[in-house]
Design a protein around this ligand. Structure first.
Ligand SMILES: [Zn+2]
Length: 132
């Protein structure tokens, strides 16, 4: 299996989202998974022109020993019927900088260990752990 379909399955992506690129930077120990969306209205599914986009990134569960980021230019489309709408990402909620699966991992660790230990082991700041 090639890497893009593999990451689509790992992330549980489905239309309109797909993985467009996966990059491994061994020096920085980072996998970057770029997700893209087909431009269609999230309400009616009609192909719609891009209105604008916002570059975002989320920390995801590690890929083996490599910290993994999902990045995407999250588009807003202009549907002739429904107006300007954002195509929501399925892997994270709201304005979180973490995927839902990563947040679940952090919550499970916080049941088992101190904030300091979780912060150290997952390389997260105290603020990231206590903000929500
Ligand atoms: Zn529409």
């Amino acid at each position: 299996m090639h890497q893009n379909p593999l990451y689509e399955r790992i992330l549980g992506l489905s239309t309109p989202w797909f993985v467009s690129h996966v990059d491994l930077d061994e020096d920085s120990g980072l996998v970057e998974c770029e997700a893209s969306a087909s431009l269609c209205c999230p309400r009616c599914g009609q192909p719609s022109p891009r209105y604008d986009k916002r570059r975002r990134q989320w920390r995801h569960l590690d890929t083996c020993q490599f910290q993994t980021q999902v990045v995407a230019n999250v588009p807003r489309v202009r549907c002739p019927e429904h107006g300007c709408l954002t195509i929501q990402v399925p892997w994270a909620e709201g304005n979180s900088r973490y995927t839902a699966l990563f947040e679940a991992l952090v919550i499970e660790w916080l049941k088992e260990a101190s904030i300091q230990a979780v912060s150290r082991q997952l390389q997260l700041s105290w603020t990231a752990l206590t903000a929500s």
